[in-house]
Ligand binder design. Structure first.
Ligand code: PCA
Length: 222
């Protein structure tokens, strides 16, 4: 695990998660961005960056541990989605697992709920339109997205939103999910974004989320 940087006990925490490589890739920009920003002070907050396992059960378990340990005021989970041209601000988490490939633990659930009995979907709590405006103002490509898929990223996104909606200890915490483009080396013939640009863009997105965080509105608009 990556521990919060020491010496900033007074600062409120932002939790930023990324994922380990999966599906035969050697790298995952989302985990690399989380590691790069771990320990960074940002707009009066301390950023805690953690890489989650790309596995359905272990990622969700780790997320719940982190929410309890770090007690963040803002949670931004990220993962890579090859083919995206810019940061994809996800608006909807589905209560659906339908894995197109096995996760890193060999699990491939098909047509199952993330959490039986939970609602079919949750909206993002992030101010996605304000974040998109800030990203564009800084010259970063960013789009709004209506689906985070049905693989591990969507499962973590759904569990995050379900926890924030239902657990009293997380009341008032703002959270959501961003898909990141591939790195140039991962996707030589398709759209990509250099790691340094991804790091800068995620920092801009988090600053905008902190500046515009209010109680959630449908789909994370604002
Ligand atoms: N992307 C995958 C899982 C881990 C990641 O970085 C997804 O979009 O579900």
């Amino acid at each position: 695990m990556t521990d919060p940087a020491p010496g900033h006990a007074a600062l409120r925490h932002v939790l930023l998660t990324g994922f380990e490589p999966f599906g035969g890739d050697a790298v995952n920009p989302s985990g690399a961005v989380a590691q790069a920003l771990n320990g960074t002070p940002l707009a009066g907050h301390l950023l805690v960056g953690v890489t989650l396992p790309t596995a359905f059960a272990a990622s969700v378990e780790r997320l719940h541990q982190l929410l309890g340990q770090i007690q963040p005021v803002l949670v931004v989970c990220t993962g890579v989605a090859k083919g995206r041209t810019g940061l994809a601000l996800e608006r909807v988490a589905l209560n659906l697992l339908d894995a197109p490939l096995p996760d890193n633990a060999g699990q491939q659930p098909v047509d199952q709920p993330v959490r039986p009995g939970a609602p079919p979907a949750h909206f993002s709590g992030l101010p996605v339109k304000a974040m998109q405006r800030a990203l564009h103002a800084h010259g970063h490509a960013a789009e709004l997205s209506l689906s985070a898929g049905s693989y591990v990223c969507n499962a973590v996104f759904f569990e995050l939103m379900e926890a924030l909606a239902t657990r009293p200890e997380h009341r008032g915490v703002v959270g959501g999910f961003i898909h990141l483009p591939a790195l140039p080396a991962q996707h030589p013939t398709g759209p990509s974004m250099a790691l340094a640009d991804q790091v800068a863009a995620v920092a801009v997105a988090i600053e905008a989320a902190l500046a515009h965080a209010q109680p959630s509105v449908p789909g994370g608009a604002r």
